[in-house]
Design a protein around this ligand. Structure first.
Ligand code: SAH
Length: 380
């Protein structure tokens, strides 16, 4: 990217590396991963993207008012100020256009954007998710109350402007929180979820369920994880922090059995539905805390050959890691979006009898300083 190609780069702060040419960004991330994880093993060369723009297929914008105008964009870090964003170099362009239309319609329909200082107003956020392979589009209107004046007309106008939208959902978020989505949703149009295809399988995605934001690079990431798992059809695989079951279901064809565990109930339902839709009979999914689940499984004498784990940015809980060291699965494949917490967790696992055998960084988030890493560990 050219220096300051984006007019709001400074205020938005989302693209920390956009002043660097892409190859230098990759170098920068490589050095960072070596600094954090290099003590455990040699770090393979980071896998970058061929076209590192408009890769985000999940886009969200906060809504607000400035000088009487409806604005949408991102919160300036640690403030209540919304930085208006008209188009973004990282985001899917159709999603951006849809958010622009919602902005116009909000003004046309006289709906009041939410103000998080006074906790008044209606529309808080809009989230758009585009299926990379299917082109299906879900629009989630996050509102501070259920009552949606002229809601049907609003949705009709939105669909008329963007006939490619396949479903519209209203989500209620009436709490003082920086989280985008609240817990309850209702469908305004279409099936209430979208599908995407990945690695030859079809996945249903509900509004609250986690799905990688960069689907182009996700196949690469999962390809690395599965190559590290080295499955031959004989293994029992545990997919911990499994989201909608993506990694585990892709592993199922080469595994004897797949067990998934995930905290988010919507994601677990998606995972079960995804197993059904793909005719996968050797995968089961449980809802719950991964640490509790693993401790119970270890206590019950369950045997796992390969543990796939993909925790959120905070990393795995200490109880989870202790349970891994008790259960001693011969192989652990640890996918992480935060090398700082991964380094901390690898230290626990190596003290517990594991050795790191491979480290592969993958660039899932070009122009930002985030980096994804996949580590293979096995028993010493
Ligand atoms: N492997 C999936 C999801 C990874 S994101 C994918 O690639 O799509 C991390 C997931 O961990 C999220 O779905 C989140 O809901 C889940 N999670 C967070 N805390 C958890 C916990 N304590 N136990 C189980 N799952 C948890």
């Amino acid at each position: 990217m050219k220096a300051h190609a984006c007019p709001v780069a400074k205020k938005c702060g989302g693209c920390q590396l956009q002043n660097l040419p892409y190859d230098r960004q990759l170098q920068h991330k490589q050095v960072r991963v070596i600094r954090l994880l290099g003590k455990f093993h040699h770090v393979s060369e980071i896998i970058g993207m061929e076209h590192p723009f408009h890769y985000r297929y999940k886009v969200q914008a906060a809504f607000g008012t400035r000088r009487g105008q409806v604005i949408s964009g991102v919160y300036q870090s640690s403030t209540h100020n919304i930085v208006p964003v008209a188009s973004c170099l990282l985001e899917n362009e159709t999603a951006d256009a849809i958010i622009g239309t919602v902005r116009r319609l909000t003004a046309d329909f006289g709906l009041r954007p939410f103000d998080d200082r006074t906790m008044r107003g209606f529309l808080r956020h809009v989230q758009v998710r585009v299926g990379y392979a299917t082109g299906q589009i879900m629009v989630v209107l996050v509102t501070a109350r259920w009552d949606f004046p002229r809601g049907e007309e609003f949705v009709s106008a939105l669909l008329a402007a963007h006939p490619a939208i396949t479903t519209v959902v209203q989500n209620l978020n009436d709490r003082r929180t920086s989280m985008v989505l609240g817990e309850r949703s209702r469908v305004l149009y279409g099936p209430g979820s979208i599908e995407d295809r990945l690695g030859g399988l079809i996945f249903r995605l509900s509004p609250g369920a986690f799905y990688q934001v960069n689907p182009a690079q996700t196949e690469t990431l999962y390809g690395v994880a599965l190559a590290f798992a080295g499955l031959d059809g004989s293994q029992t695989v545990l997919d911990a922090y499994c989201g909608t079951g993506t990694i585990g279901l892709l592993a199922a064809a080469d595994a004897k059995r797949v067990i998934g565990v995930e905290l988010n109930a919507d994601a677990v339902e998606d995972a079960r539905e995804n197993a059904r839709r793909n005719g996968i009979l050797n995968a089961v999914f449980y809802q719950g805390d991964a640490g509790d689940f693993l401790r119970a499984a270890a206590g019950a004498g369950e045997r796992v050959d390969v543990l796939l784990m993909d925790p959120p940015r905070a990393g795995a809980g200490r109880d989870f890691l202790d349970a891994v060291c008790d259960m001693k699965p011969p192989k652990v494949v640890y996918v992480s979006c935060n090398p700082v917490t991964q380094a901390r967790d690898l230290a626990v696992l190596t003290r517990g009898g594991y050795k790191v055998r491979r480290i592969q960084p993958v660039d899932m988030f070009p122009h930002t300083d985030h980096v994804e890493t996949v580590c293979l560990l096995s028993r010493q």
